[in-house]
Write a protein that binds this ligand. Structure first.
Ligand code: G3P
Ligand code: CA
Length: 255
């Protein structure tokens, strides 16, 4: 997760989610075609233990159904439309997203997986994510390549559990408070990178240098404005998550 000399690498936040419905194959496919260096997704567990790419606790905002992901079975969730009438979209599983990313051979795109709700799921969500990655040869002790996936969470306990069970995988401790991230929480849990919001970074730009001084990379979200892209470049941020991967890459390449 080292910074590129041209500036930050670009992560498509929920796919190319400004142009396509978030967490759909269409959004990720567009992100890859727009040249994203990485893609971000949020994952939750269904009642019957499947891992799916849904941001909210409920499906109401992002589908034509209603209900709480963790209280619904996979089959119920899979019946819903996550696109719209013009461009219907199926429920996206983590399995299908990993396959899409690994099938993209133009360059080695990295998958940033954010685990949601560790209080509800406990360690089950991390172990399920790791099991899914292992199926693709990522993250297991014998794996040849640990560079294709990064696990992220706002919960220090979740990051700490991933560090313990898959120490070779990169991790990001996310946070929206400059005080919290500047205070060494990432070091405490062994995260390989800090993950401040752009708001926290504006308040406390020294987060990036502090992280670098302790050998940590940096991932900043959600960076959609040109002045914020420029700030991240000036500070030497490693990765920026944006809803506009194509436009952001064009900005970075125009200098
Ligand atoms: O990439 C981190 C960022 O996605 C965290 O916020 O709410 O969009 O998951 P949220
Ligand atoms: Ca997220």
């Amino acid at each position: 997760m080292s910074p590129d000399r041209r500036g930050p690498l670009v992560v498509a936040h929920r796919g190319a989610s400004a142009a396509k419905k978030e967490h759909t194959l269409a959004a990720y496919d567009l992100a890859l075609r727009e040249g994203a260096d990485g893609v971000e997704c949020d994952v939750r567990l269904t009642r019957d233990g499947h891992i799916v790419c849904v941001h909210d606790r409920r499906v109401d905002r992002t589908s034509n159904g209603t209900g709480i992901v963790s209280e619904m079975d996979f089959a119920d969730l899979a019946r819903l439309n996550y696109g719209d009438d013009d461009e219907p979209a199926e429920l996206l599983t983590l399995h299908d997203l990993i396959a899409l990313v690994l099938d993209w051979t133009s360059k080695p795109v990295k998958l940033f997986i954010e685990t949601k709700h560790p209080v509800r799921y406990g360690s089950l969500i991390e172990s399920t994510v790791l099991a899914e990655l292992h199926k693709f040869g990522i993250g297991a002790p014998a794996s040849a390549d640990h560079s294709r996936a990064v696990i992220m969470s706002f919960a220090p306990s979740a990051v700490w559990r991933v560090r313990r069970s898959a120490p070779m995988l990169p991790t990001v401790l996310l946070g929206d408070s400059s005080h919290y991230l500047g205070g060494g929480a990432a070091t405490t849990v062994g995260a390989t990178a800090v993950g401040p919001s752009i708001r926290a970074l504006r308040e406390h730009p020294a987060i990036i240098d502090r992280a670098a001084a302790s050998g940590r990379a940096s991932y900043v979200w959600t960076v959609d404005e040109k002045e914020d892209v420029d700030l991240c470049r000036e500070l030497g941020v490693g990765w920026i998550a944006t809803n506009h991967p194509g436009r952001t890459r064009a900005w970075l390449e125009s200098k």
